[in-house]
Design a binder for this molecule. Structure first.
Ligand code: 5HY
Length: 248
C-alpha cells in the first residue's frame, strides 16, 4: 500500500523528519510518500496558520487522488483540514492528533499532551472535545518552544520537551504522554527512556492505523457528511477547483 504523509507546514526538513519516522515504523510493502504543500506557513503556531495550511493539505490530497494513494496522513497536531480532506477521497485520512489520542487511550487510563507553544494548546483541547477524548486527557502542557526550534536547535528543544514530560509524569497522575507536534516524530524512544513512561506520537500511530484500516478494506464513508463535495464554481485564486468531480 501507498501512504501519502502530508506535512501541512512548508518546511521541507521537517517533512524529511516526519517521512523517515513513518518509514521506520511502516510494515514491509507499505510505501511512504512524504509531501510538502507548495503554499503555506513554514510552521503552524496559530489559528491563522492552521486555516491557511488547510488549503495546502487539500491540494496535496487532490494530487494524491490523481497519483493513486491508499491512505493519507495529516502530519500536524492540529489535524488541519481533516474532515474536508475526507470528503475528497474514499481512502482513509488520519490526523496525527486523533491517531495519538486513540493509541494513548488504549495503553493508559489517563494521558497528558506536551506540545510546542502554549498558545496552540487550545487547538489540542478543541480536538479532544471534538474526538471525545477530553476525559482521557489530564492536561495539555507546552514546552514553550517555537515549532522550528525542533529543526534549528534540536538539543535544546529536546531538553525542554523532556523536562515538561517529567513534570507531567510527576504531577498529572497519568500513564502515558502524547507528543503534540509532527516535528517530534523522531523523539519518542529518547523521551520514553528518559522519563520512564510510554510516549505516543501521532505520525507513527497514524501509519499503523492506516495500515490497519486498509488491511480491513475500510475507507472513508461516502454516505452522509463525508460524501464528495457537490461540484460548483469557484472564483479568484480557487477557480481551478471549479466543477471538480472526484475520481470515482
Ligand atoms: C505541528 N505545528 O505538528 C504543529 C504543532 C503545534 O507546524 N506542526 C506545526 O505546535 O501545533
Amino acid at each position: 500500500m501507498r501512504i501519502r504523509v502530508i506535512n501541512p507546514n512548508t518546511t521541507a526538513s521537517m517533512t524529511t523528519t516526519i517521512g523517515e519516522a513513518a518509514s521506520r515504523i511502516a510494515s514491509p510493502g507499505t510505501e511512504i510518500v512524504a509531501t510538502t504543500p507548495k503554499s503555506g506557513p513554514v510552521s503552524i503556531e496559530s489559528h491563522f496558520d492552521e486555516a491557511i495550511s488547510a488549503v495546502g493539505v487539500l491540494e496535496e490530497v487532490m494530487a494524491g487522488e490523481r497519483e493513486g494513494v491508499d491512505a493519507y496522513i495529516i502530519a500536524c497536531f492540529g489535524d488541519p483540514g481533516l474532515l474536508a480532506a475526507r470528503e475528497l477521497t474514499r481512502a482513509p485520512v488520519i490526523g496525527i492528533a486523533e491517531a495519538a489520542f486513540h493509541m494513548a487511550s488504549l495503553i493508559s487510563t489517563r494521558f497528558s499532551i506536551v506540545t510546542t507553544l502554549g498558545r496552540t494548546g487550545i487547538i489540542a483541547e478543541h480536538l479532544l472535545d471534538q474526538y471525545g477524548f477530553r476525559h482521557h486527557c489530564r492536561r495539555v502542557r507546552a514546552a514553550e518552544i517555537p515549532v522550528l526550534d525542533l529543526e534549528h536547535d534540536g538539543e535544546a528543544a529536546l531538553n525542554r520537551i523532556t523536562a515538561e514530560c517529567r513534570r507531567a509524569r510527576d504531577e498529572d497522575g497519568i500513564g502515558a504522554i502524547v507528543l503534540g507536534c509532527g516535528g517530534m516524530a523522531d523523539l519518542t524512544a529518547e523521551i520514553s527512556d528518559a522519563v520512564g513512561l510510554p510516549v505516543v506520537e501521532g505520525v507513527t500511530a497514524a501509519v499503523k492505523l492506516s495500515e490497519a484500516l486498509v488491511g480491513l478494506g475500510l475507507g472513508t464513508s461516502k454516505f452522509g457528511d463525508l460524501a464528495f463535495p457537490r461540484p460548483k464554481a469557484f472564483t479568484g485564486r480557487f477557480e481551478h477547483l471549479s466543477h471538480m468531480t472526484p475520481s470515482e
